[in-house]
Design a protein around this ligand. Structure first.
Ligand SMILES: Cc1ncc(COP(=O)(O)O)c(C=O)c1O
Length: 424
């Protein structure tokens, strides 16, 4: 008689993050004395990017004055008001206060969106590569419906690609600037998708549950000089009843460990999301909420911090991108996409089917990743970790934990390692 499983069906099917698996491999190499330039994690090193001083001081002050108890499950009213004002001032978007839900970073906002809108068996549409939608679908028992994107659209989906997939779908999950590619939607592209959603909901009428859009704009403050962030509600106000915006202080303020994020959505959607956050205790810590409210209302400090943040991240993105483009110009089998936002550069290494100086044949992207890690000491993540098909040669390079000098070292080592590979 076969033993019955000890765990739930969900637990049996869950997969851990493959990016964190690669990060663990990097840590063990570093521990054994290897020099590695770590371009894997979608995070920051506090040696390179520190949180704003005012935010740090605000948290210490809040804790010292006893702000250490449960916050209200939907967030402190001062923070919710500040977020509302922040969006009015910076994105010209206006919402009632009941539309703002504070969460412990962007992740619980995303999870609560799925829980509030998607039933097991419902179809969720998203593009690949993209960040973690496959895991959220697995947790919900939702059916992932994916569209494979390529470099011709900056790896972002178009309305034409999505049109055949939205019939009967419950949720479309979009993200811009996009993790892993560092590319952004332009207004025309996003507006066409908004029109598609509005048309689909008009077609459904009141008898059928609507199609919602979850728009994750957690990197929106980190667009590069020549790119502009666009959001669905500004472009297409009629779409507002169907949109959940997701955001956080995590990326713009290098504050991934503080855990303050939020969702903005129609009040009837926020209500069950609030319950999910409350029942799972996924609210942001109270002292961080107090400090975030104070900091986000201090526009001078925010602007000063963002000027520096954008300058420092652009210097790193430019260094990586220029280095890759130079390799390409020198005839090496490398491509790159000019970064438009976030902390990522998309790079393609056409090394599959080549043989290394040690005689190893590189047959897969995973072989290429491991070779570049061990031969060049450069750690990168293949797009397959973001749900894309394996072996098309595209990788994410993240600049949040490294200096420009480290990027230059990485580029020199990559050049040698790539030059050592011989095509058949
Ligand atoms: C697109 C995107 N959304 C959300 C998150 C999660 O953000 P948080 O750390 O605030 O949960 C990440 C983190 O990498 C991300 O890349």
């Amino acid at each position: 008689m076969s033993a019955s499983p000890r765990l739930s069906t969900l637990a049996e099917g869950l997969r851990g993050s493959s990016i964190l698996g690669i990060a663990a491999e990097v840590r063990s190499l570093v521990k054994t004395g290897h020099d590695v330039v770590d371009l894997t994690v979608g995070d920051f090193s506090s040696k390179q990017f520190r949180i704003p001083q005012e935010l740090e001081d605000g948290i210490v002050d809040a804790l010292r004055s006893g702000e250490s108890t449960y916050p209200p499950p939907n967030g402190l009213e001062t923070l919710r008001q500040t977020i509302r004002d922040f969006y009015v001032r910076r994105l010209a978007l206006t919402f009632p206060l009941e539309s703002v839900l504070v969460t412990a970073g962007a992740r619980p906002a995303i999870y609560a969106t799925y829980r509030a809108l998607v039933d097991p068996g419902d179809r969720v549409v998203f593009a690949t590569p993209s960040w973690n939608n496959d895991y959220y679908c697995a947790m919900l028992g939702a059916v992932p419906v994916t569209v494979a994107c390529d470099a011709s659209t900056g790896f972002l989906p178009t309305a034409d690609q999505l049109r055949p997939l939205v019939r009967g779908a419950r949720l479309l999950a979009l993200n811009s600037p996009l993790n892993p590619t560092g590319t952004v939607f332009d207004a025309e592209q996003l507006l066409a998708i908004c029109d598609l959603i509005v048309d689909e909901n008009d077609r459904r009428g009141a008898a059928e549950r609507p199609l919602y859009l979850m728009y994750d704009q957690v990197y929106w403050m980190l667009t590069t000089r020549d790119a502009q962030h666009v959001d669905p509600i500004t472009l297409c106000p009629e779409i507002a009843p169907y949109v959940v915006l997701v955001d956080a202080i995590s990326k713009a303020f290098a504050a991934t460990g503080l855990r303050v994020g939020w969702a903005i959505a129609p009040a009837d959607v926020i209500k069950p999301m609030n319950d999910v956050v409350g029942h799972t205790g996924a609210w942001a810590p109270r002292a961080e909420q107090v400090a975030a409210a104070r900091f986000l209302a201090d526009h001078e400090s925010v602007d000063r911090y963002m000027d520096n943040m954008r300058r420092e991240s652009a210097a790193r993105l430019d260094a990586a991108y220029r280095g890759l483009v130079t390799m390409c110009a020198d005839g090496l089998p490398v491509e790159a996409i000019r970064p438009q936002g976030a902390i990522y550069v998309s790079a393609r290494f056409h090394l599959r089917g080549t043989t290394t100086a040690d005689g190893e044949r590189l047959a897969t992207d995973e072989d290429v990743r491991r070779y570049l890690l061990h031969a060049a000491g450069v750690a990168i993540v293949p797009f397959s970790a973001f749900g894309a098909a394996a072996d098309h040669g595209w990788f994410r390079l993240s600049i949040g934990a490294v200096s420009v000098a480290q990027i230059e070292t990485a580029l020199r080592s990559l050049r040698v390692a790539i030059s050592d590979c011989v095509a058949d």
